[in-house]
Design a protein around this ligand. Structure first.
Ligand SMILES: Cc1ncc(COP(=O)(O)O)c(C=O)c1O
Length: 388
């Protein structure tokens, strides 16, 4: 029923990942492992719901489909044990829009916003572009695994109004534990820091790990937390731009809604129709997807260890992203980017995520195993050539 091995040509379908028409000549043949969407078709329930919209063929101003809030709330309860009331749910046209809205709703020009590094690039951009100050809290690399630096976090929290958190984390693949989350939240509560938790990758978590929604930890934490979720990564609907934001506290919700109004952030009928269908009927698809991705992850980790030992991969506990330390190749920054382009693959460069060493790259393994193998083989051959 779900054949994730099947290769579907996405070229010529206006895919940011595959249609590299803005990138320059001579790069058409690159295999893309960069932009964080998957190459898999959406579940048939999503397709069916969208087909119904298209058959109707009137796309006027729309309300969220009836029961969409409930579907988003039920998904959280069923999949992550997070009790959400439907009235806490509001929608935005994607998580990035929700993050920008939160920054503007809860902080003023010059205020500090705490962000772990490395991190998803728009976190930094949203803060800077709105005239707020990024307070970086670098994760520490201990025995090949990123861990929080709570001492630094507690120190910087004194200056912060907001903490923008990514869990599970893009690009490192960390799925933070309950104990880690509690410690982070405790520091935020002590310092009156509002918590915005981007949990867009929360459905894609591998064996031995559990996604714990930050706001599910306690009523006190929930009252100071916004949870940003979306079906976009799990169900291959990122291009439809729809996110469900959960805000339990009435005053925080009011402030968010006010800012959302100011920004004219309407959602579209396709995004929310797909969301409702995915959250209502997508359990089996999500289970199978995670199991396929886990095998992709293990395949990639094993291949890199055996065939490309000069590159060190962090083991992602969640997400379809591999964070690769290429330090041993002895090339960094632009040279590293050129190296991978010459190898025939397009990856995301680490410096965009705040990697100052410029030796990391991010590799998206949300694709068929065949394509993944081809990409890794291209890299292995390029490393061999570099050695020779
Ligand atoms: C952590 C994280 N947040 C947000 C987004 C973007 O979400 P949206 O497309 O819903 O704006 C991404 C996409 O890669 C992401 O990785």
């Amino acid at each position: 029923m779900y054949d994730f091995d099947k290769i579907i040509d996405r070229r010529g379908k206006n895919s940011a990942k595959w249609d590299q028409r803005f990138i320059g000549k001579g790069e058409k043949e690159l295999l893309p492992f960069w932009v964080a969407d998957t190459d898999f078709p959406a579940p048939s329930a999503v397709q069916k719901a969208l087909e119904e919209c298209v058959r109707h063929n009137i796309y006027g101003y729309a309300l969220p489909p009836e029961g969409c809030e409930q579907a988003a709330a039920d998904w959280q309860k069923r999949r992550h044990g997070f009790e959400v009331q439907p009235e806490w749910v509001t929608f935005t046209g994607g998580v990035d829009a929700a993050l920008a809205t939160a920054v503007c709703a809860y902080t003023r020009q010059g205020d500090g916003v705490l962000i772990q590094t490395p991190n998803y690039t728009p976190f930094f951009e949203t803060v800077k572009n709105n005239g707020r100050k990024v307070l970086e809290n670098p994760l520490k690399l201990v025995n090949g695994r990123y861990v929080p630096d709570f001492e630094d976090f507690a120190h910087k929290a004194k200056e912060a109004k907001l903490w923008m958190f990514c869990n599970p984390q893009n690009p490192t693949g960390r799925c933070f534990t309950k104990e880690e989350l509690e410690r982070f939240a405790e520091i935020c509560l002590e310092n009156h820091v509002i918590m915005v938790s981007d949990e867009i990758h929360g459905d894609i978590v591998y064996e031995g790990n559990t996604h714990v929604p930050l706001a599910s930890l306690s009523p006190k934490i929930r009252a100071r937390t916004l949870t940003c979720t979306s079906p976009s990564k799990t169900f291959s609907v990122a291009g439809l731009g729809a996110s469900a934001v959960m805000i339990a506290d009435e005053e925080l919700r009011r402030q968010f809604m006010e800012e959302k109004e100011k920004r004219c952030l309407n959602t579209n009928v396709f995004g929310l129709t797909a969301m409702k269908a995915a959250y209502t009927e997508g359990d089996e698809y999500a289970d199978r997807l995670v199991s396929y991705l886990q095998r992709n992850r293990d395949f990639a980790l094993d291949y890199i260890k055996r065939e490309i030992p000069q590159i060190h991969a962090m083991t992602p506990e969640a997400t379809f992203l591999l964070w690769l330390d290429c330090g041993e190749l002895g090339i960094r920054g632009e040279e590293l980017e050129k190296f991978f382009i010459k190898a025939g693959v397009r990856l995301s460069m680490g410096d965009a995520y705040g990697d100052r060493s410029r030796k990391f790259v991010r590799f998206n393994f949300g694709c068929s195993r065949m394509l993944l193998k081809q990409g890794l083989e291209r890299i292995a051959r390029a490393v061999e050539r570099e050695k020779a």
